[in-house]
Write a protein that binds this ligand. Structure first.
Ligand SMILES: *Cc1c(COP(=O)(O)O)cnc(C)c1O
Length: 374
């Protein structure tokens, strides 16, 4: 089976991990700091915080944004459920706004119409690695007094109008799951330009512990004393995995280049096929392609999915609209709410895309798809 995504692990990665295993630190040590500094070179210098997953990063983001009961979070339904689930876990009400037809990203007009006085955060998702409309979303978030959050699980290394992802939102989150552009097996990170919000996020990642005596309520106990002022969790990404992440970051330029090359090949090989829509790219973005999402017309997506899978090609569907999950249905969310996202889902099929995909394998994917469609 040719998978839709796959990690790319080199001997250097293995060596970097083994070196940490032989050293003094397994958990929070120098590799964490080094990985965070390495990430910040990709976010235009915006400070980064490593956490245990992209989901944890979103949970920390909403905590650091002060999202809580009674607040609303406006976001896209065309995303992995974690974007919305983590806001719901903070007891916020998730308000889904529809997506743009070309990119599948949160539509600023729809988001603007969904914003109310209770909106605490507007969360963009850089679907497939194509940055969202950050200027428009920034303007409407500022008008609403809400924070702009970027779920950049797909888009590490992308840029928008010359500015890197990670520097565009008040809080940006990344995922380092095995299929994402850079992997730590499981892992994630946040980029936060605002110092106080960064400190809140760092605290939430570590049980909410306050270690600085100057900030403690009752500092007189002694050197061992730590206090919890707000509940947090243990979302610390260990040194072992940060070493893998740092090593992977060294190959990020090569990963991005190979993904772009494969996207250009798909674009050329699949151009003009009737009933097939290829992913579009706005002229002012440099995407970091995580997915190659095509749209299959004529109600044939299910058939194409089944036949490609049967032929050993691990196509995927990204994503079922988040509010179609029964957990949201049970909360009263109804189908039909975001028709463009639903139409996108009805046709979407992600073709295999990862740095290790060979031209010959890609040719096989294309031949198989063409044999079904034409
Ligand atoms: C992968 C992903 C997440 C969650 O990341 P994990 O590291 O798997 O927890 C969140 N949002 C989007 C859009 C993703 O693709």
């Amino acid at each position: 089976m040719i998978p839709y995504g796959r990690q790319s692990i080199a001997e250097d990665d293995v060596r970097a991990v083994a070196e940490v295993l032989r050293g003094d630190w397994l958990t929070t040590g120098p590799a964490v700091t080094a990985f965070e500094a390495g990430l910040a070179r990709w976010t235009g210098g915006v400070p980064c915080l490593a956490v245990t997953s992209g989901t944890a990063a979103l949970h920390v983001a909403y905590a650091a944004a002060g999202v809580g009961r009674g607040d609303e979070v406006v976001t896209s339904p065309l995303t992995f459920v974690a974007t919305a689930a983590t806001a719901a876990l903070r007891e916020a009400r998730v308000v889904f706004a529809d997506v743009c037809d070309d990119t599948g990203n949160l539509d600023p007009d729809a988001a603007g119409a969904a914003v109310t006085g209770r909106t605490r955060a507007v969360t963009a998702v850089d679907y497939a690695g194509h940055p969202a409309d950050y200027d428009e979303l920034r303007a409407l978030a500022d008008r609403a007094g809400a924070l702009l959050v970027g779920d950049a699980a797909h888009s590490l290394g992308a840029s928008y109008k010359g500015r890197p992802v990670g520097s565009l939102a008040d809080v940006t989150t990344f995922s380092f799951f095995a299929t994402k552009t850079v992997t730590t097996a499981e892992g994630g990170a946040l980029a936060l330009p605002h110092g106080e919000r960064f400190a809140r996020a760092a605290r939430f990642r570590n049980h909410g512990l306050v270690r600085d005596p100057a900030e403690q309520r009752d500092p007189g106990h002694g050197g061992w004393h730590q206090e919890v002022h707000d509940f947090g969790l243990n979302y610390r990404l260990p040194d072992v995995l940060c070493a893998l992440g740092l090593s992977q970051l060294g190959r990020l330029p090569a990963f991005l280049a190979r993904r772009a090359e494969l996207v250009a090949r798909y674009d050329a090989l699949l151009a003009g096929v009737p009933g097939l829509r290829l992913p579009e790219r706005r002229p002012y973005v440099e995407p970091a392609w995580h997915l190659y999402p095509v749209r299959i017309g004529g109600g044939r997506r299910r058939e194409v999915y089944d036949r490609m899978r049967a032929a050993g090609i691990g196509v995927q569907v990204n994503y079922i609209p988040a509010y179609w999950h029964p957990v949201f249905e049970d909360l009263g969310y109804r189908r039909g709410m975001c028709p463009r996202a639903e139409a996108y889902y009805a046709e979407e099929l992600s073709l295999p895309l990862f740095p290790g995909l060979t031209d010959a394998q890609q040719d096989r994917v294309v031949e198989c798809l063409l044999a079904i469609l034409v």
